[in-house]
Design a protein around this ligand. Structure first.
Ligand code: AMP
Ligand code: ZN
Length: 459
C-alpha cells in the first residue's frame, strides 16, 4: 500500500517513493543539550519515532541520522544572544562539555523511557568540526559567502530564492526582522556559518579563519551530507525550524552542492500547555521526571500524543493525561482478555482490521484514526487470541508495550499493608490476611492471590 506523507516543501501530501529502494535515508534535527528535554521537545521525538515505526512496518530498512547540538546554538535561532551551552555552563558552574555529556545522557534515558527507537546514527556537533569547516570552505569557494571582521556569513542574495519552505518573500522577512547586531551583515536573511571566538570562549577550534566555532545551521548540513549523502529522503524537525534553521540548511546545501538536500520535509506541530505556551516564567516546563513524580508512566505520555495528528497542535492538561492513563490501562486489559479468549474469528476479519490500520498510518501518520481501529479490535465482544496477536502487531507502530502488565507505583502506605499481608499469609494467619485484603479494598485496590503471589491493582 502507498504511504502518503505531507511535504512542507511542496505543501502537499505526496506518495512516498524512496530514492534508493533498499534503504530510506532520514535526518532529524536533534536536541540542544543544555538542559532537560521538556515534554514539548519530546513530542518532536515521538513524531520522529512514529515515522520510523510506520516505515519499518511497511518493510523499509532505515538509515536515520540525528544530531546532538553541543555547540553553536545561540539563544535566538537567528544568530543572536549567547551560546546556549556556554550560558548553561555558567549557570551550573561546569564546563560546556560536562553540560553536554550530562544532558545528552538524560535525553537518551528519556528516549528509552518513551520507548523511542533510536536512529541508527547519532552524531555530535563537536565531533564533526572538520566536516563543517570543509563544508564552509566549499560554500566560500562557490561564491556564496562573505567575510566580516568576526564572521563568515552566508550571502542569501546569491540564491535564486531564499525562503522556499516558509514561502515568505525577502520583503516580508525584512519587515519581521529585529535590529541586527552585526551591522556588517549585507542582507537581513544572511546568517553566520563560521564565527571568531571571543577570548573567553571555551568551545573554539583552530581553523582557516582563526580560532572559531561553527554557526548552528552548518552542523546539520555537514553531518547529514556525511552520513546520508548529498540527497536523501526525509528531513524532520519541529515546526519552529521551518523559517530559519531549515531555510538556512537548504541555503547552505544550495551553496555547497547546488540543490536542496532532502526530498520530503516533515514538521511536527507544537505542544501547548493549558492552551498556551510553555515557559520557564509560567513554571510549566514539564519534563518526564515531573510526570513520574505525579505518578505517570512515560508510556502514558506516549499514548496521550496519539490523540492528535502530528501536524496539529496538541493541548496538554493533567486531565487529558489522566484520560490517557485510563485509556492505556483499558487497552492493556483488553489485550489480556483477548489473549485468554478461546473464540475464533475469520482471517478475513483480521485482514480487514489490519488493512484499515495500515490505511490510517500510511495516510500521513494519521494516529488518531489508527487508534480508532485499535479500539474497534480491543472492544470487540468476541474474545480471541487472534485479536491479541493483531493488537501486538499494531504495537510495533504504537510502541505502547501492550503485553506488559502495568507497573503501578503504589503509595508507601499501601506497600506497607501489602507487606503486612504477605507476613500474615506466611504465618498462615488467614483472618489477618482477610482483614488486610478488606483494608486494601477500602482504600481503592483490588487484591488477587495467584500462584505467583499477590497481585494488587488500582480499582
Ligand atoms: P531544541 O533542543 O531547543 O533544539 O528543541 C528540540 C526540538 O523540540 C525541536 O525540534 C523543536 O522544534 C521541538 N520543540 C520545542 N518546543 C516544542 C513544543 N512546545 N512542542 C513541540 N515541539 C517542540
Ligand atoms: Zn538541524
Amino acid at each position: 500500500m502507498d504511504i502518503k506523507l505531507y511535504n512542507t516543501l511542496t505543501r502537499e501530501k505526496e506518495i512516498f517513493e524512496p530514492i534508493d529502494k533498499k534503504e530510506v535515508r532520514i535526518y532529524s534535527c536533534g536536541p540542544t543539550v543544555y538542559y532537560y528535554a521538556h515534554i514539548g521537545n519530546l513530542r518532536a521525538y515521538l513524531f520522529m519515532d512514529n515515522l520510523r515505526r510506520v516505515l519499518r512496518y511497511n518493510g523499509y530498512k532505515l538509515k536515520h541520522a540525528m544530531n546532538i547540538t553541543d555547540v553553536g546554538h545561540l539563544e535566538s535561532d537567528a544568530d543572536e544572544g549567547e551560546d546556549k551551552m556556554a550560558k548553561a555552563a555558567r549557570r551550573e558552574n561546569k564546563d560546556p562539555y560536562q553540560i553536554a555529556a550530562f544532558y545528552t545522557e538524560k535525553f537518551m534515558e528519556d528516549l528509552d523511557k518513551l520507548n523511542i527507537w533510536k536512529p541508527e546514527i547519532i552524531c555530535k556537533a563537536t565531533d564533526h568540526i572538520k566536516d563543517m569547516e570543509e563544508y564552509v570552505k566549499t560554500i566560500i569557494k562557490n561564491g556564496y559567502a562573505y567575510e566580516t571582521k568576526n564572521t563568515i556569513y552566508f550571502d542569501t542574495s546569491k540564491l535564486d530564492k531564499y525562503g522556499v519552505l516558509s514561502n515568505i518573500s525577502a520583503e516580508e522577512q525584512k519587515a519581521g526582522a529585529r535590529v541586527e547586531f552585526d551591522t556588517e551583515k549585507r542582507n537581513v536573511t544572511d546568517f553566520a556559518l563560521w564565527i571568531k571566538a571571543p577570548e573567553n570562549h571555551i568551545m573554539k577550534w583552530d581553523s582557516f579563519f582563526g580560532k572559531c566555532y561553527p554557526g548552528w545551521h552548518i552542523e546539520c548540513s555537514a553531518m547529514s551530507r556525511k552520513y546520508l549523502g548529498d540527497f536523501f529522503d526525509i528531513h524532520t524537525g519541529g515546526i519552529d525550524h521551518i523559517p530559519i534553521h531549515h531555510e538556512n540548511e537548504i541555503a547552505q546545501s544550495k551553496g555547497c552542492t547546488g540543490h536542496i538536500p532532502a526530498k520530503t520535509w516533515m514538521h511536527c506541530e507544537f505542544l501547548l500547555i493549558n492552551g498556551g505556551k510553555m515557559s520557564k516564567s509560567l513554571n510549566n516546563l514539564y519534563t518526564l521526571a515531573d510526570l513520574a513524580e505525579r505518578g505517570y508512566d512515560p508510556i502514558v505520555y506516549r499514548m496521550f500524543n496519539f490523540t492528535s495528528h502530528y501536524r496539529n497542535k496538541i493541548n496538554f492538561t493533567w486531565e487529558a493525561l489522566d484520560s490517557a492513563k485510563v485509556a492505556l490501562n483499558r487497552l492493556k486489559d483488553a489485550y489480556q482478555k483477548h489473549l485468554n479468549g478461546t473464540e475464533n474469528v475469520e482471517d478475513s476479519v483480521i485482514a480487514d482490521y489490519k488493512n484499515r490500520f495500515l490505511e490510517a498510518i500510511n495516510d500521513d501518520l494519521n494516529m488518531p484514526l489508527a487508534m480508532s481501529v485499535v479500539w474497534d479490535v480491543a472492544k470487540n465482544n468476541v474474545k480471541s487470541k487472534k485479536f491479541a496477536d493483531l493488537l501486538l502487531d499494531f504495537d510495533q507502530v504504537l510502541g505502547l508495550k501492550l503485553d506488559e502488565v502495568s507497573k503501578v507505583e503504589l503509595p508507601d502506605e499501601i506497600m506497607s499493608i501489602i507487606n503486612d499481608r504477605k507476613i500474615a499469609r506466611e504465618n498462615k494467619d488467614w483472618a489477618e490476611s482477610d482483614r488486610l485484603r478488606d483494608l486494601l479494598n477500602e482504600k481503592g485496590y483490588n487484591v488477587k492471590d495467584t500462584k505467583d503471589g499477590m497481585e494488587v491493582t488500582e480499582k
